[in-house]
Design a protein around this ligand. Structure first.
Ligand code: E4P
Length: 218
């Protein structure tokens, strides 16, 4: 399973990358705004800065909601760096744009996916990745992991190559459950990646090993 970090914060991306387990980055307009990145030039510059930190796919989202605008924006984003994956919302024009990008060799991430039906459309259009937002599904009293399971079954039935990128991850158990049901990628906040390391028995066991070593070696 691949791990992506879901942030536009350069320090957090650097920290996750230094752990040695990071495969890519996802951003969205809200995450860019959170970092105070405003204006077209600054946004493009920030994507390049992210690409220079991580050796893997970096999702950069289009703002336009119309086919023509999405294509123009996506071409500009893709030209920034070889790591850029154009993130496109799951709407009619988005699906048309994904089809266009696929035919023109540009990688895509179909975002804001909340149903298996939407994931099926994304795969048919040739999306490189599909992003079911499992945390937001859970927030609406549905089961986000079950959605991943359903999409896995459908993609395997037809051998679709679109990668399932579990998004809107809220905790480390989300990551583990997504791994159990076969998500290809999980995009997570730094806190969820870091909490994968934690187990109280590891801390207790390590303290005992070091204490016993010290008893003999001083
Ligand atoms: C995915 O690419 C999105 O950026 C993200 O996972 C959304 O998560 P949220 O529900 O925590 O905003």
């Amino acid at each position: 399973m691949k791990f992506f970090i879901d942030t536009a914060n350069l320090a957090q991306i650097k920290e996750a990358n230094e752990l040695g387990v990071l495969d890519g980055v996802t951003t969205n307009p809200s995450l860019m705004a959170k970092e105070g990145i405003k204006g077209d030039a600054a946004v493009l510059e920030h994507y390049v800065a992210i690409c220079n930190l991580v050796n893997g796919p970096v999702s950069a989202e289009v703002i336009s909601t119309e086919f023509k605008g999405m294509v123009e924006e996506g071409k500009k984003l893709a030209a920034l760096h070889k790591n850029i994956v154009v993130k496109v919302p799951m709407i009619k024009d988005g699906i048309k744009a994904i089809k266009w990008f696929t035919e023109n060799g540009i990688k895509t991430n179909c975002t804001l996916v909340f149903s298996a039906a939407q994931a099926l459309l994304a795969a048919k259009a040739g999306a490189t990745m599909v992003s079911p937002f499992i945390g937001r599904v859970d927030d609406s009293n549905w089961d986000g992991v079950q959605l991943i399971e359903q999409i896995r079954l459908i993609y395997d039935n037809y051998d679709y190559k679109t990668e399932i990128l579990a998004a809107s991850i809220r905790n480390s158990m989300h990551i583990v459950r997504c791994a159990e049901v076969g998500a290809d990628i999980a995009t997570c906040p730094l806190s969820s990646i870091v909490s994968l390391f934690s187990h109280p028995l590891t801390d207790i066991g390590l303290a005992k090993f070091l204490e016993d070593h010290k008893k003999v070696n001083g």
